[in-house]
Ligand binder design. Structure first.
Ligand code: MN
Length: 419
């Protein structure tokens, strides 16, 4: 379903709040947005939509599955789908000289350094290898952006490869794409497979069209074409990211825009940093990756990236335990599947992992601190972890499962049933 198709679906179901009051993109939208899907019709004259993927219910609706089967649906999707190149796209309706001041790009939090594009998918291609991923993009001029490229991730690698030859990396930034594709792109898949994975998740071919600089992109509300300069660096940040704390200022590469296309009356998709929609897109894609990795070593039942862990630093993994040794293996498998993860707790299948209180009950009654806690110091985690030293920090795995030989001590008492 297209981006607009999904908006229309939400509107027809009465789930889309519409705000017609004129608002400034500087603070006013972020101050007034709640948790529900919202269309702001007059942000500096432009349209902004937020929170359309802001809950597990909405994600399930976009994926076309029941909420309870999201993880099964995502973790069983193994083969890549067809990527179909087409010549036409509604994204080409208007083509003009790049001018970011015409877009309703939001400034989100007090102390943020500048307006930031938050839902921009950066599609890049170099020597036949493509990548698509979301990067936060700081507006630094009418046609320039600073891109936060996390070291050794795919866009960074392609940029470095081009830069070593002194070449710019051609890119196109798409904003307002169909939500299943956006979710697929938020998932860490092997190099070059984002579009194939998107098609697989959609259950139909993903259409892409060629920009004037040769980069192929999916249909979108906005397409910003340009290149990442091989050597130019500029201050990026401060910016509130997934943790809800201020990420530091770093020197980051500069994107120069060369062309701007958009639909007529385009709708700009904004993600409120550290809020639900951002959380869903950062966290949920890791659940099937962890599920499939833990499946190799244990009978895994469910995986949840928990809200209190910013949907990014903490995972709860539920297993049906068959031996006491497999818990340590499940911890290692979880960290292998999500490199930015900081803490994982493994629980039995009688624990409701959607309930933080139930997880704490497992920690309270089934953990002995000197035996059940595994500490991994000085390992690579996330640069977004404020307690890390540029991404190097400590990970902790907690075995909050019952000791199999003494199950009777840990099992929850059953209330008698009175007829
Ligand atoms: Mn990639």
């Amino acid at each position: 379903m297209s981006f607009r198709g999904f908006l229309e679906k939400l509107r027809s179901e009465g789930k889309l709040k519409v705000v017609n009051q004129p608002l400034s993109p500087v603070y006013e939208v972020s101050a007034s947005v709640g948790k529900e899907p919202t269309l702001f019709t007059n942000v500096n004259g432009g349209k902004v939509v937020m929170n359309i993927l802001g809950s597990r219910e909405l994600l399930a609706e976009a994926l076309g599955v029941a909420q309870t089967s999201i993880i099964q649906h995502l973790s069983s999707c193994h083969t890549l789908g067809e990527v179909r190149v087409v010549t036409d796209s509604a994204a080409k309706e208007v083509s003009e000289k790049p001018d970011l001041s015409k877009l309703p790009i939001l400034t989100h939090y007090e102390g943020d350094g500048a307006p930031y594009i938050t839902s921009g998918v950066v599609v890049s291609e170099y020597e036949g290898v493509m990548n698509a991923s979301i990067h936060r993009l700081r507006v630094i001029g009418k046609d320039t952006l600073a891109a936060r490229l996390v070291e050794f991730r795919h866009t960074y690698n392609l940029h470095r490869k081009a830069a070593e030859k002194g070449e710019p990396l051609p890119i196109a930034i798409v904003i307002g794409i169909d939500l299943v594709t956006l979710f697929a792109i938020s998932t860490r898949v092997p190099e070059g497979q984002e579009f194939g994975y998107a098609a697989a998740l959609k259950g139909e071919p993903l259409e892409v069209f060629e920009c004037t600089n040769g980069v192929r992109v999916p249909h979108a509300e906005f397409v910003l074409e340009g290149y990442i300069h091989p050597t130019e660096l500029v201050d990026e940040g401060p910016f509130v990211d997934i943790s809800g704390t201020y990420d530091i200022v770093r020197k980051q590469p500069v994107i120069h825009l060369t062309n701007m296309m958009h639909r007529r009356d385009p709708i700009y998709h904004a993600l409120m940093p550290a809020a639900n929609e951002h959380n869903i897109m950062m966290g949920v894609p890791y659940e099937p990756l962890i599920f499939n990795e833990v499946k190799k070593v244990a009978d895994v039942k469910n995986v949840v990236m928990t809200p209190g862990g910013c949907w990014y630093f903490h995972a709860a993994v539920q297993i049906h335990k068959k031996s006491d040794e497999e818990v340590k293996k499940a911890i290692d498998a979880t960290f292998a599947a999500h490199k930015s993860l900081k803490h994982v707790v493994i629980v039995d299948d009688d624990i409701n992992i959607f309930d933080p209180g139930d997880i704490e009950f497992a920690i309270a009654t089934r953990v002995k601190g000197d035996e059940d806690i595994y500490i991994y110091p000085n390992v690579r985690g996330s640069t977004l972890d404020p307690r890390s030293d540029n991404g190097i920090g400590t990970k902790v795995g907690i075995d909050a499962t019952m000791d199999l030989s003494k199950r009777w001590k840990f099992e929850r008492a059953r209330r008698p049933k009175v007829a």
